[in-house]
Design a protein around this ligand. Structure first.
Ligand SMILES: [Zn+2]
Length: 347
């Protein structure tokens, strides 16, 4: 058991985990990165230091410290056993994967129209495959545990038809899987699908895109080549309710899970999608109010003015704590009321 734990710790570079979860650090040295401490919801200073093998908050009243296992216990309300299981399922060392050549990112061309029927047919087959993997296999169970640990309930997972594509080896973990040999890109190469949690973008009776949230690697989210740009979760827009526009799919799903009667949440779903696809204008413009929750970083900062140019009822807003809806929900111990109070306040 002891050596098992040491192996798990050695295989996970906490610095890259923290970067993927907290974004770019405030400062960075050869040995550690510095952040605002998410554990005491720090607003002013930068008390958290993160090393490859541990973290510590130097805030006077906080002082949390630990290793990669503690990190997961504290951030995702996992027991120690759950954190170990979670990390054991994710065995590719972050450091090692950094040395591999980065996979060429699939760059879907975002058109205003849904993808061709053939693309959608294959993509639906991917959704079915991933659905089966998520609910009926052991690696899927782990992925389900991850989604639940982020506060996404089973019924929401089913409603969103989230799925899972396991990597069978390191190669697939890095380069993705070819599920259908006859599904080809315009250049003749087979379509590869990144391994991880599959998020289908259904809207208006079409499947517009598939995005995969990878367990490891950069970029964390990858699209499947050939998809178009949907307004994620826009099928649930209710006439008369304010629309809440957020960046991530999971944020939209959590807002929907907690407050579908208060707002209609949608996600732009990719930080690089700074353009508002005109196809979706009518859906957005019909809303009495558009609440927009974006990061102040480049992508969110670009999207907001474009949205504001379309409608005079855009209200920028931020979550009261944490970096996004999902993190706020986790910090609120998965209670609906803090999310609902926040949304009532801003709308
Ligand atoms: Zn702290």
């Amino acid at each position: 058991m002891y050596s098992d734990l040491e192996t798990i710790k050695a295989q996970h570079d906490l610095r890259s985990i923290a970067r993927s979860e907290l974004g770019n650090p405030r400062t960075s040295t050869a040995r550690y990165d510095v952040y605002r401490c998410p554990f005491h919801n720090e607003h002013h200073g930068y008390s958290l230091q993160v090393w490859a093998d541990g973290f510590k908050c130097y805030g006077a009243k906080c002082g949390v410290t630990g290793d990669v296992i503690t990190w997961h216990e504290m951030r995702y309300h996992m027991s120690k056993a759950e954190a170990i299981r979670f990390l054991r399922g994710d065995q590719i060392p972050g450091v090692k994967s950094k040395r591999r050549p980065a996979p060429a990112p699939a760059r879907p061309v975002f058109l205003s129209e849904p993808p061709p029927a053939e693309w959608q047919r294959f993509a639906r087959a991917v959704v079915d495959f991933a659905d089966e993997q998520l609910w009926e296999t052991a690696p899927g169970e782990k992925a389900l545990g991850y989604l639940n640990a982020r506060g996404i309930h089973d019924h929401t997972i089913q409603a969103a038809q989230l799925g899972y594509i396991p990597a069978r080896d390191d190669r697939e973990r890095t380069y993705g899987r070819v599920l259908f040999d006859d599904w080809r890109k315009p250049d003749g190469n087979p379509v590869r699908i990144a391994c991880g949690i599959v998020i289908p973008h259904f809207a208006d009776d079409h499947l517009w895109a598939l995005r995969v949230r990878r367990a490891v690697g950069d970029p964390k989210y990858m699209g499947v080549a050939g998809g178009s740009k949907a307004l994620y979760w826009s099928d649930t827009i209710q006439p008369g309710l304010p629309v809440l526009v957020v960046e991530g799919e999971f944020d939209a799903l959590i807002a929907w899970q907690c407050a579908a009667d208060l707002v209609s949440p949608v996600a732009i779903a990719s930080a690089s999608n700074a353009d508002v696809n005109p196809y979706w204008f009518p859906k957005l413009m019909a809303a009495p109010r558009i609440l927009a929750r974006f990061d102040a970083d480049a992508a969110g900062g670009k999207y907001l003015p474009k949205l504001a140019a379309l409608s005079s009822c855009v209200v920028p807003c931020q979550v009261p704590a944490g970096k996004d809806v999902n993190e706020f929900y986790v910090m609120s111990e998965f209670r609906r009321d803090p999310i609902r109070c926040w949304l009532m306040e801003v709308s």
